[in-house]
Ligand binder design. Structure first.
Ligand SMILES: [Zn+2]
Length: 463
């Protein structure tokens, strides 16, 4: 009897800490729609009105807020709920800015947050007001349920992720590190995929490539177009470019990309699995690389530092041979790459006289070590995905694009990218992040919020 009573008491404390999800869903949708309706794509208002909104909501529940702004129109918000200090803090990071829109491409006005059928439509619905909302709701729930914490939980709503981190996370990392210093961070940069209505995989972003712009400038003698010259700058540039464009830089794997291909193989067709498992097999690798290059360009890029020529500039009159021709290369550096050695190899491949490589003076991103895939946080994310997304396989991944997590990773914070479950088909239909349109399935907003709560409760709740 006593045991039964104790059991009941135990069960009731557990129940007390379980949010009333039905009620929470309603509130989640209200905040999400309000945040999407605030146009944070740029001038004149930038992120300030979204930060005002978050501040009001957090303070109404008694959660103190701090504002840090390098540019007054572009503030960053930090909220902290204190734990007992047994462990170092955990940080929930999300960005309040969104990319711009071409309104005529939208079936629902881009800042309407229209709910139509199963979906909520609007710029920011999957990048990144989903993470802002889930983080906000987790903070509110911790406070309301009075969740005992072994570590502080910090919420950072950052500005300027879409291209100006110098006023956002970079600024916070460089000038207000004390406010966000943490052992672990969760942020954007992961996602779950539904294929044909079934969960196929949950990607957790643990590392990313460094964008590194190189200009190639070819020099030659200028002259009259009627008298061809052997050192024509345009010809030199195109010779060098065509060699670089077909070059296959050597593979550069890390723990994340190795685990990515291994785990992806377990949920793939036999033909796909043979490719993912055969990357390191010298006999099979050339055919696999060729296949990736043609059919799975993301996988080809994940295996190495990659180069895409993206811009050309040369000549101004049909009868004038220009003395200079210039190409811009979008280089994406893999973690662990030796950049000077890579550039030297690239010059050798170009093998063209009179061509100069102009390196960036200062990249606005940095190359940071990948986050651990054996940490307590990675295991927590995996367990939470199993619970909230039954049947899902968690796969660590490296983004070929860039995010603000690197500024934290460079300071030793193990940072992980997460995201809600979306239909794999949605990207082709033009509804992904940065696409012509953006949308999220309403029920997946709720599930993502539950997931966020589950992760933070597990990693920060008192044990
Ligand atoms: Zn984003």
């Amino acid at each position: 009897m006593r045991a039964l009573l104790a059991l009941c008491a135990f069960a009731s404390t557990l129940l007390a800490a379980e949010p009333d999800w039905k009620q929470i869903d309603e509130e989640t949708l209200k905040h999400y729609r309000a945040l999407v309706q605030i146009d944070t794509s740029g001038a004149p208002n930038f992120e300030a009105p979204a930060v005002d909104y978050l501040k009001k909501v957090l303070e109404a529940d008694g959660i103190p807020v701090q504002i840090f702004a390098k540019d007054p129109k572009r503030p960053n918000l930090v909220a902290r709920i204190k734990g007992n200090g047994t462990k170092r803090p955990v940080l929930i990071m999300a960005h309040t800015d969104v990319v711009g829109v071409q309104p005529e491409k939208w079936s629902h006005p881009p800042f309407s947050a229209a709910v139509d059928g199963d979906f909520v439509y609007g710029r920011g619905t999957v990048d990144d007001k989903d993470n802002v909302t889930a983080g906000l709701m987790t903070m509110l729930l911790i406070k309301r349920l009075n969740l005992p914490l072994d570590r502080d939980v910090i919420f950072l709503a950052e500005a300027g992720e879409e291209g100006t981190p110098s006023i956002g996370t970079q600024f916070m990392a460089e000038e207000h590190w004390d406010a966000i210093d943490a052992e672990y961070c969760i942020a954007e940069g992961g996602s779950g995929y539904n294929k044909g209505g079934k969960i196929s995989r949950m990607l957790v972003g643990t590392t990313e490539k460094l964008p590194y712009t190189i200009r190639m400038v070819a020099h030659g003698t200028s002259g009259h177009g009627s008298r061809p010259l052997p050192d024509n700058a345009i010809a030199r540039l195109s010779n060098a470019l065509s060699r670089i464009a077909v070059w296959e830089p050597p593979m550069k794997l890390n723990d994340t990309t190795r685990a990515y291909f291994e785990r992806l193989a377990t949920i793939s067709t036999p033909a796909e699995a043979a490719r993912y498992n055969g990357i390191l097999d010298p006999g099979k690798a050339p055919a696999i690389q060729k296949y990736f290059r043609e059919k799975e360009p993301m996988h080809w890029s994940m295996l190495r530092t990659s180069i895409s020529p993206t811009m050309l500039k040369a000549g101004f009159r049909v009868n004038v041979i220009p003395s200079e021709a210039e190409a811009t290369l979008d280089v994406r550096v893999a973690p662990g790459e030796d950049i000077p050695a890579f550039v030297a190899a690239m010059k050798q491949v170009a093998n063209e006289p009179g061509v100069e490589f102009v390196l960036p003076e200062r990249s606005h991103r940095i190359l940071a070590p990948p986050s651990s895939i054996t940490s307590e946080m990675f295991k927590t994310l995996e367990a939470a995905q199993k619970k909230i997304y039954p049947g899902a396989v968690t796969i660590p991944t490296m983004a070929t694009g860039a995010s603000d997590k690197v500024f934290l990773q460079a300071k030793g914070v193990n940072s992980y990218g997460i995201g809600p479950l979306v239909d794999e088909e949605d990207a082709q239909l033009g509804f992904a992040a940065h696409s012509d349109q953006e949308r999220l399935r309403e029920k997946e907003l709720y599930r993502f919020t539950q997931f966020n709560w589950e992760v933070i409760r597990s990693i920060a709740g008192k044990h």
